[in-house]
Design a protein around this ligand. Structure first.
Ligand SMILES: C[S@@+](CC[C@H](N)C(=O)[O-])C[C@H]1O[C@@H](n2cnc3c(N)ncnc32)[C@H](O)[C@@H]1O
Length: 373
């Protein structure tokens, strides 16, 4: 493979989301740690890191940064603003040329003397060695962000994701190539990889009589379910990357798995910010049994989902509804509030606001009571 290679369009969008999320993530975690008097230390681990730079287009006239370099640049800016901050960056790639290229770029921009190291080898093997080392150090209790961005569906077993998610403040961003899973799941050579990917044999239960769209939905649901049930991720949010001409069958999804509702909220809010471009991200509302994968998220009836939830709960706080809706629907701050206001106008719920809260909004502190049918 030629290094660097020409970047693909969807990768640019993936990078935009990563850039925005990581910047917000670091700022929040630095200030939380500072407020609690803890060291301002975060770790970014790029499991399939690539060469660190790409040609921006086929003219090869200019170069764009790869994922670890984007993160390193953000780290530099934030460390310049406060010298107490530390960002460890650990990268893995099985391609020696990628390792050499990236290490040299990182060395060139490591102006704040941080631990920025590129490891050569297979992800599965290297990450477990790195985690054995992390287990002996204090950083295991500090925030760690893992980016898992392989070329295909193999090499990042569910059991390894489980180990990563067992750290109290870890989160993972996975590039899940579901299109390839649909294409190759039945082939003998893919069996071991599929077993590792899903962590169970359940993937074989896919209904072969169904069309490719439905099989894709099955493999998406199963993967997200297993991230929750096997890898023990509390919050799992898939983002569909819409590819023009590809309709409802995109090549891949970016899946965010985390243990904190705040992490999910920041990720979803940033997704919304970068979504008005050609290759869009969409949060796929996750229902208990099935994701609304093929519904146009703009048309998903958030109001009905929230109404049903309020009915189920009787009386519930605004924060609880917001947390539930972030994790289970396409809703976000503004749209969740709008749905609640509409339900209030329809006389289906009563919003009990705190004394100084305005009537034309609903926010933290308010209690919601279902009073409709
Ligand atoms: C999609 S590229 C990574 C792009 C990079 N994350 C970015 O956004 O700039 C995938 C990389 O994974 C590497 N790779 C593939 N299989 C691997 C494995 N089993 N372990 C480690 N690296 C692997 C490839 O050499 C390639 O550089």
């Amino acid at each position: 493979m030629e290094i660097p290679w020409v970047i693909e369009e969807p990768t640019k969008i993936k990078h935009e989301l990563l850039r925005q999320y990581i910047a917000a993530w670091m700022k929040i975690l630095f200030s939380t740690n500072k407020n609690y008097g803890r060291p301002q230390l975060v770790t970014y681990i790029d499991g399939f890191c690539g060469p660190g730079e790409y040609y921006c287009d086929t003219t090869k006239a200019s170069k764009c940064a790869g994922s670890p370099v984007l993160v390193a640049n953000i780290a530099n800016d934030l460390i310049l603003a406060d010298r107490q901050r530390e960002v460890a960056i650990l990268c893995i790639d099985e391609n020696k040329k990628c390792v050499e290229s990236l290490q040299s770029i990182l060395n060139g921009i490591n102006t704040n003397n941080q631990y920025w190291q590129v490891y050569h080898g297979d992800f599965e093997q290297q990450i477990n060695t790195i985690l054995d080392e992390i287990d002996t150090k204090a950083i295991k209790d500090y925030p760690m962000f893992f980016f898992v961005d392989p070329f295909g569906y193999s090499g990042f077993p569910m059991q390894t994701l489980k180990r990563i998610l067992s750290y109290p403040r870890s989160e993972i961003f996975i590039n899940y190539m579901v299109y390839d899973v649909v294409r190759f799941w039945e082939q003998d050579h893919a069996e071991q990889s599929m077993l590792e990917l899903f962590g169970t044999e359940e993937y074989k239960d896919v209904d072969k009589t169904q069309d490719a769209e439905q099989r894709q939905l099955f493999f998406m649901n199963l993967y997200c379910k297993n991230l929750r049930e096997i890898a023990k991720s509390r919050y799992v949010m898939p983002f569909r990357i819409n590819t023009p001409g590809q309709g409802v069958r995109p090549r891949y999804y970016l899946i965010h798995a985390s243990q904190h509702s705040k992490a999910l909220k920041v990720m979803k809010d940033n997704m919304a910010r970068v979504s008005d471009v050609e290759y869009r991200f969409e949060a796929i509302g996750v229902k208990t049994t099935q994701m609304s994968l093929f519904e146009d998220p703009g048309k998903v009836d958030l109001r009905n989902r929230i109404k049903d939830y309020c009915k189920e709960q009787g009386t519930i706080s605004y924060d609880e509804i917001e947390e539930w809706a972030y994790a289970n629907t396409n809703g976000m701050g503004k749209t969740i509030k709008e749905a609640l206001m509409q339900l209030e106008q329809e006389g289906l719920i009563e919003i009990q606001r705190k004394p100084r809260q305005k009537n034309n909004t609903v926010t933290t502190g308010a209690q919601i009571k279902f009073i409709g049918e």
